[in-house]
Design a protein around this ligand. Structure first.
Ligand SMILES: [Zn+2]
Length: 68
C-alpha cells in the first residue's frame, strides 16, 4: 500500500543531513519533531565532523501502533 511512510520505517539519513537536534537524538530523524522522551532508538549514524569521526545516536517517532 502506498501512503505516508512512518518515521519509524524511514531509513537512517546520512550524518551530514542531520540537524544538531537530530544528531543528538532530541528530534525525529525523519520529520524533525522534538521527541521529548517518546522516541524510539534507531541506531548509530557514522560521519565526519570536520576531520574527526563522529557518531550520532538517532531516534525517530514511535510507530503509530505503539503505546495505548
Ligand atoms: Zn517523526
Amino acid at each position: 500500500m502506498i501512503g505516508i511512510v512512518d518515521c519509524a520505517d524511514m531509513p537512517l539519513p546520512e550524518f551530514s543531513e542531520l540537524s544538531r537536534d537530530q544528531a543528538s537524538g532530541r528530534a525525529c530523524l525523519a520529520c524533525g519533531e522534538p521527541l521529548g522522551g517518546g522516541g524510539i532508538y534507531r541506531g548509530t549514524v557514522w560521519g565526519f565532523y570536520g576531520k574527526a569521526v563522529a557518531t550520532a545516536r538517532v531516534r525517530s517517532c514511535p510507530p503509530p501502533a505503539a503505546g495505548r
